[in-house]
Design a protein around this ligand. Structure first.
Ligand code: PLP
Length: 455
């Protein structure tokens, strides 16, 4: 059975009619799929012209429980009938308190936790930094090359990609110190994960000598697996070594789990996957089944220092989003989405590994659980990024009804952020389409190379 069905040009006539008015939308919001969505269910999206797509992007990782999960939809409908907003600081509501309680209990580590909710990942990051500064009374923040923490000004200062994010957006915040993220595939001099880990730790220790003493650092913020940078997966020992240094020096260890959270890695958090116990964790994206919500969850002793009114905002912890957040946690448990992520990851990994044997464009496959990606290079020695080829594969897939998303500092990584409720058959079909497209682009690449060489 074919799940994906494309029976018009993209966009089809009904989408075109709507898109005619697109001139009023700010250009900062360029779109990827050219058609207008009609409705979406699970891992499939229908456009206005009846075309059906298999969705491997999941609203950029916001739909771990799938599009319009019936439990999430019923919760939203029920809660919208009751009330839509009070501002928790004016009149509190149960869903905020209940969600905070459940999430705090799911965090790693013995010390009691407290949670605060916000609207977006970037807001969670900014507030985590504010709380860490207030708790320590210190100024310095350590972050990483390749990091993505959001687009508002403090988060953007931590984010590490010039185009399209940082170019002409400065000046940025002071007291931000950046060290290399251990990326075994592109590390200079060695690809051995343990050597890479040791050298990356050395870079941190060196920072304490050359730039700022640990006694002046408030926090270190890291993605357990770097998301936008292309699912860069650190060596197994690295995060634990980093946490040890933070603990010994009094630096608050923040794990930004906006993309790695909610079962994506096969565990509820990337922190569970790597066996670390961060002082503060930020969550977002899949937390409320597609509604805007994010969280900062940290050790009680740290969170309590912020004080009344120090962090917050008009819409933060919206009641409908918090109720949807509770439905998401129920679904996560009932449908065993962590285990499901592992099965999805195995299915993707097997297929991409077989593709790698046939296509020399695939240089690296990496990730954890369903958080898998593959990097495309033109040359396995120079690692020249195959960025145009990556785009060609994505566009070919789209025309055949598979929505794929790219990542990477060099725009040459294809990442899977598929809803974790996808069926094995749906995924099999999507992977077959991806394989076909990768092979078409690989063949074109070689025939172009041969014709350039005059063969
Ligand atoms: N942190 C991480 C790790 C992310 O992946 C993202 C978004 O992709 C953010 C923060 C920012 O989240 P938002 O776009 O909701 O502000």
């Amino acid at each position: 059975m074919a799940f994906a069905k494309i029976h018009t040009d993209l966009p089809g006539p009904k989408s075109v009619k709507i898109l005619e008015k697109q001139g009023s939308v700010a250009r900062a919001f360029g779109t990827f799929v050219p058609s207008i969505v009609d409705y979406a269910k699970g891992a499939r999206v229908w456009d206005l012209d009846g075309n059906v797509f298999l969705d491997m992007a999941g609203g950029v990782g916001c739909l771990n429980v799938g599009h319009s999960h019936p439990k999430v939809v019923q919760t939203i409908q029920r809660e919208a009938e009751r009330f839509t907003h009070t501002d928790f600081t004016v009149i509190p509501y149960e869903s905020y308190i209940e969600l905070a309680d459940r999430l705090c209990r799911m965090m790693p580590g013995e010390e009691r936790k407290r949670a605060a909710f916000f609207n977006s990942g970037t807001e969670a990051v900014e507030n985590a930094i504010k709380i860490a500064r207030k708790a320590t009374g210190k100024r310095g923040i350590i972050c990483f090359e390749g990091a993505f923490h959001g687009r508002t000004m403090l988060s953007l200062s931590l984010t590490s990609k010039v185009k399209p994010y940082k170019e002409k957006m400065g000046p940025f915040f002071n007291d931000i110190y950046r060290i290399p993220y251990p990326n075994p595939y592109r590390w200079m001099g060695t690809n051995d994960p343990e050597e890479v880990s040791e050298q990356a730790i050395e870079a941190l220790l060196n920072l304490f000598i050359t730039q700022i003493p640990p006694s002046e650092v408030a926090a270190l913020i890291i993605e357990p697996i770097q998301g936008e940078a292309g699912f860069i997966t650190p060596p197994a020992s690295y995060l634990k070594a980093l946490q040890k240094i933070c603990n010994e020096t009094g630096i608050i260890f923040i794990a930004d789990e906006v993309q790695t959270g909610y079962g994506r890695t096969g565990e509820f958090l990337g922190s569970h996957y790597f066996g670390i116990e961060p002082d503060i964790i930020t969550l977002g994206k899949s937390i409320a089944g597609g509604l805007p919500l994010s969280a900062v969850i940290g050790r009680k002793s740290i969170m309590d220092t912020a004080g009344d009114g120090a962090v917050g905002g008009t819409f933060v912890g919206n009641p409908i989003s918090c109720a949807a957040g509770l439905a998401v946690l129920d679904i996560y448990e009932e449908e065993k989405l962590g285990e499901k992520a592992q099965q999805i990851g195995n299915q993707i990994f097997e297929k991409v590994r077989a593709m790698k044997d046939k296509s020399t464009l695939i240089g690296d496959i990496r990730g954890a659980g369903a958080m898998l990606a593959f990097e495309l290079v033109r040359d396995h020695d120079t690692l020249e990024p195959a960025d145009t080829e990556t785009l060609e594969i994505i566009q070919k897939c789209l025309k055949k009804g598979v929505i794929l998303f790219k990542a990477g500092l060099y725009n040459n990584v294809i990442r899977f952020l598929v809803p974790l409720v996808i069926s094995e058959k749906e995924l099999e079909e999507a992977l077959d389409i991806i394989e076909e497209s990768v092979m078409e682009v690989t063949e074109n690449f070689y025939s172009n190379r041969l014709s350039m060489a005059g063969v």
